[in-house]
Structure formats: structure tokens, C-alpha cells
Ligand binder design. Structure first.
Ligand SMILES: [Zn+2]
Length: 73
């Protein structure tokens, strides 16, 4: 195994651990404070409601709310 391969394996395993940890936090979070944030998913990015403490996406804005958000930012 070369050095890059080892590094990649280590990173992938860390990534897996981090994702599980995030899932645990988000599953236990009550999402009490919502904020509107620009969320990138895949190739596009759009404003969404996300939980302020855990960052979990909670919903899309209505077209009207989107316009208001984009005007403010
Ligand atoms: Zn939350």
C-alpha cells in the first residue's frame, strides 16, 4: 500500500466516524433555533432553514421568503 492510499483510508475512516457523530448529534437535537442559511447540496446552493445548533437542514423557504432572504444578503 502506498502512502497516499494509507492517507486516503485514514481520511475515509475519519470521515465515517465524523458523519456518525454528526448524525448522533442531529438525532438528539431538538432543533429549537432555526436560522436561514445558504446550503450547498451537490451542484446548487439555496437558502434553507437549518438548525442553529446542529446545522441540520429543516426545510425549504417559500419562493417569497427566498426573495426576501436574497434581497437582504
Ligand atoms: Zn438541531
Amino acid at each position: 500500500m502506498d502512502a497516499n492510499r494509507r492517507r486516503v483510508d485514514k481520511l475515509l475512516s475519519d470521515k465515517w466516524k465524523i458523519e456518525r457523530e454528526l448524525e448522533k448529534i442531529q438525532a438528539n437535537c431538538k432543533h429549537e433555533n432555526t436560522v436561514i442559511k445558504q446550503v450547498t447540496d451537490g451542484t446548487s446552493s439555496s437558502p434553507r432553514y437549518v438548525c442553529e445548533s446542529c446545522g441540520c437542514p429543516l426545510g425549504y423557504l417559500s419562493p417569497q421568503e427566498s426573495v426576501t432572504f436574497l434581497k437582504k444578503s
